[in-house]
Design a protein around this ligand. Structure first.
Ligand SMILES: [Fe+2]
Length: 585
């Protein structure tokens, strides 16, 4: 039985395909159309998933879409009556959404009447919860989804057991931890969709000196089964205007309207314009925002653990990308095991909706665990060779050498240890926003200046943003204060004090690192590279950042070569091919 999951007309449009309970492929549309966070209809992602599975559209039995127009209908109608412009935008998106079968047929030039697939609507947060629980290694777990807004809710919790999930509660619009974080992010002068992670990085530079104010901006809710929260709505506008998000355009990054009201600057001081310098006051506000997010998020998780008595938790939704908060779960709650879906944001809904249908609707038993994130396009040796030849890189002063794996990783480790910046392109593209050793830029973690060099030469991004470490999984506890696996870079742990001087480049200013733990099973070649680097230097860690330059992560070898040349990296590995400047080692 073949199930296609589609996240369409919503940020992070994506597709995934599940055959007999096994995930075959999952990818975001942005990797193909090269528009970050692209919304719209993910035609190219769907086409790729079908190709990877060797199926035609006619062979799909079920199509799962993560939106339920009837969820919280009363709340929707209440707000639609108060906010006509918001209602019009919703109606426009809904019209597109209900036309998904036709859109699908049109893209594949099929007769919609001949599609045998049954269409399923899966409520947004249940799709988030399914994306994490049903692919986790846990037979039983507590579940939490938290984001900005989806199907008029922002938060949902419950429990999972085998192939069933039970929902215990939810927080509805306009109360939202995601919109809280987005609103303050805008107030701090970062207006773009997806800027929240910049503010999370900034928070490490400040002191949370504004907790009193932030406890007014988000309050615990004593009336919601002990697990909810409410926004101080005076500080926001989205409950009056509707969250102004543009979703339906396939070729544009979504945009957000302003969400904070004049009360926020009155309480916290003047809002920062994007071009204004960042001062200590802004660092302290970011730290206060992060600290309050952690109080509420970890407080909810603690109550969830106490109420369910479960030791494992599955997380999804955009808030679950807050790796700093996730890293504190082990100390702040009774949970001992954590699974975060690698595409915890809305891209992951495609996988979640498909698994919701397979387990929750069809009652099929569990048989799959997502232990790695390499579910996107991969390229053969011949395709890579063709990309190299068609670029003519050898005529531009570069040497191309094809090597067996052992020699490849040995030479590559030496290049990294020599302080060079390396593009590393292998196998299938990562699912989710993190590069995890298949579309990565890799550098020496021992050099304190590496962060500044990468920011200036390659990434062209703010100096306060940290870089992440990849570590051989088996020695995680030697470098970090926690050793629970973090295969998808969704947890940040303190680096052991005595090791901070050893790996200064990916250690953030507060002494933490958003680590990726690498096992041989999940990524044999990346594990071999880390092992070769350890053999050479004694350090089992490399700095790992995504292979891109203010664009979606590269997908095809041609894009990797373009990015390599544009940003003047020192060396590039594409599959078995090592590309270096002529005359270099
Ligand atoms: Fe969401």
């Amino acid at each position: 039985m073949n199930i296609l999951g589609i996240n369409a007309y919503h940020g992070n449009a994506s597709a995934a395909i599940v055959c007999e309970g096994r995930l075959i492929a999952a990818v975001e549309e942005e990797r193909f159309n090269r528009v970050k966070y692209a919304a719209g209809f993910p035609a190219q992602a769907i086409r790729y998933c079908l190709k990877e599975a060797g199926l035609t559209l006619a062979e799909i039995d079920h199509v799962a879409v993560p939106r339920d127009p009837y969820a919280r209908l009363a709340t929707k109608l209440f707000y639609a009556a108060r906010m006509p412009s918001f209602a019009r935008e919703r109606a426009r998106v809904l019209a597109k959404f209900t036309g998904i079968p036709e859109a699908l047929a049109q893209v594949f030039e099929a007769d919609p009447k001949k599609l045998k697939a049954k269409f399923h609507r899966v409520e947004h947060h249940q799709a988030h919860l399914a994306s994490s629980f049903f692919v986790s290694p846990f037979e039983r777990a507590a579940l939490l989804s938290a984001d900005g807004l989806g199907d008029f809710a922002s938060t949902m919790w419950g429990t999972g057991s085998g192939s069933r999930m039970n929902i215990d509660g939810a927080v509805a619009f306009p109360h939202s931890l995601g919109l809280f974080y987005s609103g303050v992010t805008q107030y701090l002068g970062f207006p773009k969709f997806g800027d929240e992670y910049k503010v999370m990085g900034l928070a490490a530079y400040g002191e949370p000196e504004q907790m009193e104010a932030f406890r007014e901006i988000v309050r615990f809710d004593a009336h919601s089964n002990g697990n909810g929260f409410r926004l101080g709505l005076d500080y926001f506008t989205h409950h009056r205007t509707g969250p102004e998000m543009s979703w339906a355009e396939a070729d544009k990054t979504p945009t957000l309207g302003r969400m904070f009201s004049e009360e926020m600057p009155k309480r916290l001081g003047a809002a920062r314009a994007p071009e204004e310098a960042l001062e200590q006051r802004h660092h302290n506000l970011a730290a206060s925002l992060q600290a309050r997010l952690e109080e509420v998020y970890l407080g909810m998780l603690k109550k969830l653990a106490e109420r369910t008595g479960l030791k494992a938790v599955c997380l999804a939704g955009g808030v679950a990308f807050n790796c700093v908060a996730n890293g504190k779960i082990f100390d702040a709650t009774p949970f001992e095991k954590v699974y975060v879906h690698p595409a915890a944001g809305d891209a992951g809904l495609a996988v979640g909706a498909a698994y919701y249908v397979w387990h929750q609707k069809l009652g099929k038993p569990r048989s799959f665990v997502m232990e790695h994130a390499y579910w996107g396009p991969g390229y053969s040796r011949e395709e890579i060779r063709r990309a190299i030849d068609s670029n003519g890189i050898e005529q531009k002063g570069f040497r191309v050498t094809e090597l067996a794996e052992q020699e490849l990783v040995r030479r590559t480790a030496a290049i990294i240890a020599d302080g060079k910046i390396l593009g590393w392109f292998q196998g299938r593209c990562e699912w989710g926003p993190r590069a995890l050793g298949n579309r990565s830029i890799v550098a020496d973690p021992r050099r304190p200046e590496m962060k500044e060099i990468l920011n200036r030469r390659i990434k062209h991004r703010e100096s306060f943003r940290p870089f992440a470490p990849s570590i051989l999984s088996e020695v995680t506890g030697e470098y970090f204060e926690k050793s629970h696996p973090s295969p998808f870079m969704t947890l940040a742990y303190p680096v052991r004090t005595e090791k901070r001087g050893t790996i200064p480049a990916p250690t953030h200013v507060d002494g933490t690192g958003r680590l990726q733990t690498v096992t041989r099973e999940a990524n044999p070649r990346y594990h071999a590279l880390l092992s070769a680097f350890r053999d050479l230097t004694g350090v089992p860690v490399v700095l790992n950042t995504s292979f891109n330059d203010n664009e979606p992560i590269v997908c095809r070898p041609e894009e990797a070569i373009d990015c390599f040349l544009r940003t003047q990296m020192d060396a590039l590995v594409l599959g078995d091919f090592l590309i270096t400047k002529s005359g270099a080692a």
